[in-house]
Write a protein that binds this ligand. Structure first.
Ligand code: GRF
Length: 198
C-alpha cells in the first residue's frame, strides 16, 4: 500500500511511521511527504530518509482549491491510496476530500470530541482534566470532527505541565499511529473498503 504523510512541523510521527516500516511492523510505503511550511523540520528528515517530497507555500497560490488540485495530481502520480495527516495544520477542502473520501486519517492529541483545534494539550491543562489522550479519526470537512477510529487515554499527573503532558502524549502517538495504520491497511485489504470494525 502506498501512503502519503502530510506534516507542517517537526515530523516525529512521520519518523515513527518510517521506523515501524523499516522494522517490518508496518506494511506500506511512504510514497510522498506533503508539507505546507517551507521551513519545517520534517523536510530535512524526509530528505534523510529518502521520501519523495512536495513542499509548497500556500501564499503562492490563488486559493486552497488551487494548491489542493496540485496535491491531488501528485498523489495520483504516486498512486497514493491512503493519506495520513501527522501534524498538518490546515483544514482539508472539498478538492482533496472528494477523491479521497474515507482515505484520509488524522491524529489529534486529545480525547475528541474534547479540545479540538490548536494546542489541545494546553487546552486540557487549562481545563484541569484528570484524563487526557490521543484520537485517530477519519477526516471530514470539519475541524477534528470525523468518525473516530481509535483512542488511548492517560492520567494527567499532579503538577503536570503542558510540556510534560505533551511528551507523554507524543510517546503514545508514536506507538498508536503506526499500529492503527497497519490495522486499517489489513482491513482495507480484506474488505476492499473501510473495515467492519471501524
Ligand atoms: C502531534 O501531536 C499531533 O497529534 C498533532 O500535531 C502534532 C504533530 O507532531 N496533530 P509531529 O510533527 O509529528 O512531531
Amino acid at each position: 500500500t502506498k501512503i502519503a504523510v502530510f506534516a507542517s512541523g517537526t515530523g516525529s510521527n512521520y519518523e515513527a511511521i518510517m521506523d515501524q516500516i523499516n522494522a517490518g511492523q508496518l506494511a506500506c510505503e511512504v510514497a510522498l511527504l506533503v508539507c505546507d511550511q517551507p521551513n519545517a523540520k520534517v523536510i530535512g528528515k524526509a530528505e534523510e530518509l529518502g521520501t519523495p517530497l512536495f513542499v509548497f507555500d500556500p501564499k503562492q497560490y490563488e486559493s486552497k482549491a488551487t494548491f489542493e488540485n496540485e496535491i491531488v495530481q501528485r498523489l495520483q502520480e504516486q498512486g497514493v491510496e491512503l493519506i495520513i495527516l501527522a501534524g498538518y495544520m490546515r483544514l482539508i477542502g472539498p478538492t482533496l476530500l472528494a477523491p479521497y473520501e474515507s482515505k484520509i486519517i488524522n491524529i489529534h492529541p486529545s480525547l475528541l470530541p474534547a479540545f479540538p483545534g490548536k494546542d489541545a494539550v494546553g487546552q486540557a491543562i487549562e481545563a484541569g482534566v484528570r484524563v487526557a489522550g490521543v484520537t485517530i479519526h477519519f477526516v471530514d470537512e470539519g475541524m477534528d470532527t470525523g468518525q473516530i477510529i481509535d483512542q488511548q487515554a492517560l492520567y494527567v499527573e499532579k503538577g503536570e505541565t503542558r510540556d510534560s503532558l505533551q511528551k507523554r502524549i507524543q510517546a503514545i502517538e508514536h506507538r498508536l499511529f503506526p499500529q492503527t495504520i497497519q490495522k486499517l491497511i489489513e482491513e482495507q485489504a480484506e474488505t476492499g473498503e473501510r473495515g467492519a470494525s471501524i
